[in-house]
Design a binder for this molecule. Structure first.
Ligand code: PLP
Length: 376
């Protein structure tokens, strides 16, 4: 079976992990943590990068830094992972869902602007499939109203728009290094603090609500409880794994790009024939080839395509079940208006396998043979 995804490991991870174990410094904040954070800061261009145990944890820190409280609204797409919404709900806030654009499956910027109310505390933008939202537009919507902007860049490490990196344009950005993402340490994440005014508080929240970071730098002679916080520090073993992967991030990206481009070229005739629509990437964007998706004409044809590929040993898969109609979405969130694009396209989207070393030809052949009889 050709899997949908597979991490790209080359053994350099083991060397760094061994070094971390031998150092005896196992909790976070050691050399590997510092080197990973400096790599992210210099490569992406952000004031401060802070490693976290997951992107979920980074989103939770972001919601605290946005001061989301009971009844505050946060605008976001319904077509996203649960963590984008949970981070807000955990603070007592209300996710306000807006529809996505059919080309990128990212939040529609016009609808986000229209969803702003007196209670809007923040906009959480999600860069689906590694294609960036129009951040300048979203920042321009939020800023005059005193709302913050957070980028859920879980899928978008090294993606750019107008040559600026995903996660570095809003006030805060959140990255994931889960094993399904391009660069991984099994489970991991990072908070990018783009607004320097938020950095001191981010450090405190990160260290269980204490000023332990200042204590370790010798700036205070003991540390104490200053603010809310939690256990948001990953271990040095995780950071060692991550640094090895970050140092290979470009090579991993090139491998994925090779497969993404092959799919995009080979499937163009199917788009011309009106059988599928291919993922679209706006001209200003350079994606990181995290996901390659196509949209079928109907939900039935989507099921037939997935079954056709499965019968040929290929794992292709749908993606998010929209949050607005899920049980917790009905209980904790609201929609700004109808979400017809989300509802229709989430039923028709298929992701094709993409990972380093994959031969895309059998997958392309199988999609082409499906297209001759799209209902199976
Ligand atoms: C993967 C993902 C997350 C969660 O990342 P974890 O590191 O697993 O917590 C959040 N949001 C989006 C859009 C994701 O794709």
């Amino acid at each position: 079976m050709i899997p949908y995804t597979k991490p790209d490991l080359d053994g350099s991870e083991i060397a760094y992990i061994t070094e971390a174990l031998r150092s005896g410094h196992l909790h976070g904040g050691g050399e590997f943590t510092k080197r990973s954070e400096r790599w992210l800061e210099s490569r992406l261009g952000t004031h401060r990068a802070i490693l976290t145990p997951s992107c979920t944890a980074a989103l939770e820190m972001a919601a605290i830094l946005c001061d989301v409280g009971p009844g505050d609204e946060v605008i976001m797409p319904s077509f996203t992972f649960v963590s984008t919404a949970n981070a807000v709900v955990l603070r007592g806030g209300v996710p306000v869902f807006v529809d996505v654009r059919p080309d990128t499956m990212n939040m529609d910027e016009d609808l986000a602007a229209a969803a702003v109310t007196d209670r809007t505390k923040a906009i959480f933008a999600v860069h689906y499939a590694g294609t960036m939202c129009d951040m300048e537009r979203l920042v321009a919507v939020a800023r005059p109203r005193g709302a913050m902007v957070v980028e859920d860049a879980a899928q978008a490490l090294l993606s750019t728009r107008d040559h600026r990196h995903a996660g570095t344009i809003g006030d805060l950005g959140c990255l994931s290094f889960h094993s399904t993402k391009n660069v991984t340490c099994g489970e991991g994440g990072a908070l990018l603090v783009n607004d320097p005014a938020l950095a001191a508080r981010a450090e405190v929240i990160h260290e269980k609500g204490t000023d332990r970071s200042r204590f370790l730098r010798g700036e205070v002679d003991k540390y104490s409880w200053r603010d809310v916080g939690s256990s948001f520090v990953p271990s040095e073993v995780t950071a060692a794994f991550l640094l090895a992967q970050l140092e290979r991030a470009d090579a991993i990206g090139e491998e994925r790009r090779r497969i993404w481009d092959a799919y995009h070229r080979a499937l163009e005739p199917l788009e011309t024939a009106g059988i599928i629509r291919r993922q679209a990437v706006p001209a200003a964007c350079e994606g990181n080839a995290h996901i390659y998706f196509v949209i079928t004409r109907t939900a039935e044809e989507r099921s037939a395509l997935i079954a056709h590929l499965r019968a040929r040993g290929i794992s292709a898969t749908f993606h998010y079940v929209p949050l607005h109609s899920a049980p917790a979405g009905l209980r904790y969130a609201r929609s700004a208006g109808p979400l017809p694009v989300t509802e229709s396209l989430s039923d028709r989207l298929v992701r094709l396998p993409i990972w380093s070393g994959l031969d895309p030809e059998p997958v392309i052949e199988a999609v082409l043979s499906w297209s001759r009889s799209p209902l199976g």
